[in-house]
Design a binder for this molecule. Structure first.
Ligand code: TXA
Ligand code: MG
Length: 349
């Protein structure tokens, strides 16, 4: 299949190009588009055939439901049975933005979107290109992350090209995404709102006005003793090709342990990648050392995490030794992705 790549500047949106992309969506084709979290792989969410194509292009298991991306509140109302008060409150604060909410689905939402569930995930993205595309297509756009299933999510168009060129109809290059990790998934369909996937909107942000907020422990325990409630969270995910180990605890111990392990592996003839931070990078001298971001501003680590994992792949390292972060605020989403990427190999030192 021929994949057309077009460039759109989110500060001066070329509506001609948006129109081209929207036409493809309306015709049941697949278009990758930027959002503020990661790139999405878009198709008409009400067209079962088009959605089937999404699963095929990504190689994604069909029991893993998709998010519908919308551009207005009116659109939301057609897709859900009810909008609970707490969802209105969340929408006021965080939409458009990196928050996905789970509602009871209406009849028009096909089961292929929900993986057979009676609930549906909905998000209004902040990225202007995404919003214009949804408006022009005039349908909810189903949008899983635009990576091959299992690989790190794409935070710029070159990642999408790497994974999906030749398998989809169009890629909109809108530059780097900002947040770098996928949206927070918040289930508002039951009695007590529950975070099913940590993301850009944090537990602390939500807890401020949702006193009975809980979080699915399956998303933070690394020992697989609790099965996560969100289907997507059960899979090994965001994974680089190399074996990955994440070290947590006192930072001096973390650095010492990484150096020890790295020396050992290098002696065995392995190529070692070290995921360091601005504050610690000078303490390492052997291996492929990449800086994910700053420990003093963990949003920078969130923004670069997936990109860093992809660079380790390009460098063909055999093993990745990564520094973990504290699990408050954005740190919870970072550690959730590191847990998945490493297949739960988190070592507390
Ligand atoms: O930031 C994001 O959310 C990105 C951008 C493109 O919007 N999208 C994204 O989609 O991360 P995806 O398909 O990679 O992840 C959707 C997550 C999965 O973990 C899935 O299991 C969960 O949302 N999900 C979707 N519908 C659900 C439902 N009805 N109940 C529980 N979890 C659901
Ligand atoms: Mg994904």
């Amino acid at each position: 299949m021929e994949t057309k790549v077009i460039k759109i500047d989110d500060k001066h949106i070329d509506m001609e190009l948006i129109n081209q992309a929207a036409k493809l969506i309306k015709a049941g084709k697949i278009v990758a588009f930027p959002t503020e979290t990661v790139y999405g792989l878009g198709a008409n969410g009400l067209n079962e055939k088009a959605v089937e194509g999404l699963f095929k292009a990504k190689g994604r298991p069909q029991d893993n439901p998709l998010i519908l991306h919308i551009s207005s509140l009116d659109q939301l109302k057609t897709l859900v049975l009810e909008v609970p008060d707490i969802a209105y409150e969340c929408r006021k604060r965080f939409w458009p933005g990196p928050l996905t909410m789970i509602f009871k689905k209406s009849e028009i939402v096909p089961y292929i979107i929900t993986g057979g569930l009676e609930t549906v995930a909905i998000r209004m993205p902040k990225n202007k290109i995404a919003l214009e595309l949804i408006k022009e297509a005039n349908v909810p756009i189903a949008g899983p992350s635009a990576n091959l299933s299992g690989r790190p999510s794409p935070t710029n168009a070159s990642h999408v090209i790497e994974d999906l060129f030749g398998k989809i109809d169009m890629i909109i290059d809108g530059g780097d995404t900002g947040v770098g990790l996928e949206s927070t998934v918040l289930d508002v369909s039951g009695d007590a709102p529950m975070i099913l996937r940590p993301g850009g909107v944090t537990f602390e942000d939500l807890k401020e006005f949702i006193p009975n907020l809980t979080q699915d422990l399956g998303t933070i325990k690394s020992d697989n003793t609790i099965v996560p409630k969100s289907p997507g969270q059960k899979y090994k995910h965001y994974a680089p090709k190399a074996d990955m180990y994440v070290y947590t605890g006192n930072i001096d111990n973390v650095v010492k342990s990484i150096i020890n392990q790295s020396n050992k592996h290098i002696k065995e003839g392995k190529k070692v990648g070290i995921m360091a931070t601005t504050e610690t990078k000078d303490m390492y001298d052997k291996g492929t050392i990449l800086i994910a971001g700053s420990r003093n501003d963990r949003n920078t680590i969130a923004a670069n995490l997936f990109k860093t994992l992809r660079i380790f792949d390009e460098e063909k390292v055999d093993i990745i030794l990564a520094e973990g972060v504290e699990t408050d605020n954005i740190g919870r989403a970072i550690m959730n992705r590191m847990m998945k990427a490493s297949g739960g190999k988190i070592i507390n030192v």
